[in-house]
Structure formats: C-alpha cells, structure tokens
Design a protein. Structure first.
Length: 281
C-alpha cells in the first residue's frame, strides 16, 4: 500500500505524486484529484495512477465533501452524533457547516459534525450553527448587584469555549432565546409587588452587540419572576435571492511549494545545485 486515507464525510483530497527520476522522464511529479475517481465497491481494481516508479505520495489539499448534504442526528443518551436517525435531527450538513454547542454554564463553541465527536454531559442546547442568528439572554448580573440584565448578540464563530454570561461565575442565566422578536414579562415581588407585571419587547429595548457586552438593566425593583412570552411579530421572508457564498479557499499542503522540478530532482538524487533555475533554462 502506497497511500491510504479514510474520510467519513466523503472529502476528496488532492494528492501530489513524486516519481523516481528516470531517463526521458520530463515530469517527476503530478497532482491527482480524488473527486475525479468514481466511487465503486471495495473489490474493484480501481484505475492506474501511473506506470512509473513512485518515490512518494503526499497530501496537497484536503478537498471538500463529495457526498452532498448529509443529515445529522444528535443522541442525548450517549452525547454523540450519528447518521442513523437516532435522537434529534439537527439538519442537513454540507462541507464547511458546523455545530453550535451551548453548555449550561454559559459556555459555547463550534464543533464539526463527524460521528466520532463526543460531547460533555452538561449540554444545554445543540444545533446547526447560523452565523447571523441573533440570541437574546436575560441574566442576573453578579457584577452589578445581581440586577436583571438583557442582552442581544451573535454567537461569534470559535472552536474555543467562550462564555456569553461574562467572567463572573456567580452570574445566573434566567432565559436564552433565538426568537427574532422576543417578548418577556417581568412580575414584581416583595416591596414592589404592587407594580404588578411589565411586558418588554426585547428587540426594541436593546440593540444587538457583542456577546461580551454587559447588556441593559431591566429594573432595579424586586422581581418575582421573568418569563418569555409568545412573540407577536415575525420576520418576513426575503423577496430577493441571497448572494451565492464564495467557495472556500483551498489550502496548499504541497511539501515542495516554491521549488522547481530540477530542485526536487536534485534532492532525490543527492545532487548539489551549482546553477540557478535560469541557468538550467
């Protein structure tokens, strides 16, 4: 076996083949894109890569999935993803899509959708990541006398854990919602019970800021409870077609990048380069 790879999402990588230098051989390396090779049974002989002696094969770029969209499920019983319809359907994933993982302590991070990924036990929510989705959070801010605050923010893309509740571990989340036009109801208690209840349209109450922002204080009065109400406004469907996304830029893993063929041949044969590339020409 000269080269082997296993890609659960069908990524078709590009390899660089370097041949042993031989008389009359004008080119000693070439690329091969696996997306050009049809998928067949494991008993198939495959196609001829080359008739010449191979010196080495290296990965040039990882490539993208050739399987198209793939439906992914999350099984909370084992905290794992699967493609076998076990648990909750997260949606159809294409190459480059990611999963948003929210933990009960306010941490969040992005993950791939490989079935080998194992998640923590303190999962609060897990879904397909949408970069433009606005989240609204109501919390008791421990840095501000424990008053209730509300904030609206985007979950910035990060594979490293970030916390939208702030750095003070004593801050407590009251509710988190992804409604576009969320509404909350404050019920006052204690000495302020006479104030009854108050409804707040969150989208009009505060603008969208970064997830690290403190947010806006809801009240300084005593609070009995804060709950989310059913929305009365809903987003309209876009009438104009969305702009096509730009293709992901291919990474170049070529170990011989920046070298001429003659330089590579000299390395393989142990020759010292006495002349420049211009002299060879």
């Amino acid at each position: 076996m000269v080269y082997f790879t296993a890609n659960p999402n069908g990524e078709a990588e590009v390899i660089k083949v370097t041949l042993d230098p031989a008389p009359k051989l004008k080119k000693i390396f070439f690329d091969k894109d696996f997306s050009e090779v049809g998928i067949k049974g494991r008993s198939a002989k495959g196609i001829i890569l080359t008739k010449y002696q191979i010196h080495r094969i290296g990965l040039k770029s990882h490539g993208h999935s050739t399987l198209g969209g793939r439906k992914v499920w999350y099984d909370p019983d084992v905290n794992r993803l699967n493609y076998d319809e076990h648990g909750r359907l997260l949606g159809e994933f294409n190459d480059g899509d990611q999963i948003l993982v929210l933990l009960k302590n306010g941490d969040y991070y992005l993950s791939g959708f490989d079935a080998n990924v194992h998640f923590e036990d303190n999962i609060a929510h897990l879904e397909k990541y949408e970069a433009e989705k606005v989240w609204s959070c109501v919390l008791y801010d421990a840095d501000n006398q424990g008053y209730p605050y509300v904030k609206r923010f985007l979950m910035e893309a990060s594979k490293k854990k970030q916390n939208y509740l702030g750095e003070n571990v004593n801050s407590q989340q009251i509710l988190l919602t992804d409604q576009v036009y969320p509404r909350i109801q404050i019920t006052y208690g204690g000495a302020d019970e006479f104030r009854g209840t108050e409804e707040i349209d969150v989208e009009q109450f505060i603008a969208v800021k970064g997830y690290k922002a403190k947010g806006k204080r809801l009240t300084t009065n005593q609070v009995e409870s804060i709950v989310e109400l059913e929305p009365t406004r809903f987003p309209t469907e876009p009438t104009e077609p969305t702009e096509p996304t730009e293709p992901l830029e291919e990474e170049d893993l070529d170990p011989d990048a920046g070298k001429s063929q003659q330089q590579v041949m000299d390395e393989l044969t142990g020759q010292q380069t006495l002349f420049s590339d211009e002299d060879y020409q």
